[in-house]
Design a protein around this ligand. Structure first.
Ligand code: ADP
Ligand code: MG
Length: 245
């Protein structure tokens, strides 16, 4: 559905964080991108959403280049992006935050109401606290609100960066259980995560990135069977050249 072809991306002239990344988010599936801190996972998602232009390579949506599309156009085409840091508005209530998430439906109030009730159904804790300000939520609830906000206008593709960051493990596993259900509702997921255990558990395909490139791509099941080996690889990085005498 969404494809990165030979993407090179950087923030400064001459320094490419990503040096030729090719990968694909298959329709109706969860695809995960894992890799060490600083590998460029967040950079990649920013580029896919159009926040950062690639220096080389292409982004394709259903086979068609979207390189010259603005983020607004990508959003209108059904791509939603959940950044690593919360994108909620702290001084607004939960209800107001969700309404902003449904901005594209602003001219159809009945539809917006219906979608909000649907989302409240998925996140009962948010429904209970709908009049509370986002600042009064716990870290985990705030992250949940960020996800919920992206589901009001149902996207076709959700780009999600570190969904469980700052969450207690039990809350995190609830969130992953929810992500698993998204493909069943027609939402393709591209997940970037340092929480490897949960990511490989729910992903059909996993890309391990490091050193600016895809180091490995296998099924989620393969990664589960080779978890120790993969973690060792990630911690050690590439084998250093032996010093010359
Ligand atoms: P990850 O999400 O895998 O932890 P990031 O994509 O956040 O990695 O960062 C990859 C590299 O890009 C890091 O070396 C980081 O310091 C650098 N970087 C990230 N954001 C910026 C920025 N806005 N300006 C300059 N360098 C950045
Ligand atoms: Mg990151």
């Amino acid at each position: 559905m969404l494809e990165a072809r030979d993407l090179a991306v950087g923030y400064r002239e001459g320094i490419d964080i990503l040096q030729g990344i090719s990968l694909e988010a298959a329709p109706g599936a969860i695809t995960a991108i894992i890799g060490p801190n600083g590998a460029g996972k967040s950079t990649l998602l920013r580029c896919l959403f159009g926040l950062l232009p690639p220096r080389r390579g292409d982004v394709l949506l259903e086979g068609r280049s979207i390189d010259d599309w603005s983020t607004d156009r990508r959003k209108a085409a059904g791509i939603a992006y959940l950044p690593q840091h919360n994108s909620t508005f702290p001084h607004l209530t939960i209800e107001e935050n969700l309404k902003l998430g449904g901005w594209l439906l602003r001219d159809d109030r009945a539809k917006l109401r219906e979608r909000m009730e649907y989302v409240y159904g998925l996140f009962p804790i948010l429904a209970e606290r709908r009049r509370a300000r986002a600042t009064d939520l716990s870290g985990g609830q705030l992250r949940m609100l960020s996800v919920a906000k992206e589901l009001v206008t149902p996207p076709r593709l959700l780009l999600v960066d570190e969904p469980s960051v700052g969450m207690a493990p039990i809350v995190a596993s609830e969130l992953y259980d929810l992500l698993v259900r998204l493909p069943g509702w027609g939402i393709t997921v591209l997940l970037v995560d340092q929480n490897i255990t949960d990511a490989i558990r729910i992903a059909e395909r996993v890309y391990l990135i490091g050193e600016g490139r895809v180091q490995r791509t296998e099924s989620g099941a393969w990664f589960q069977d080779h978890l120790e080996e993969v973690i060792r690889e990630m911690l050690q990085g590439p084998v250093p050249e032996s010093p010359r005498a």
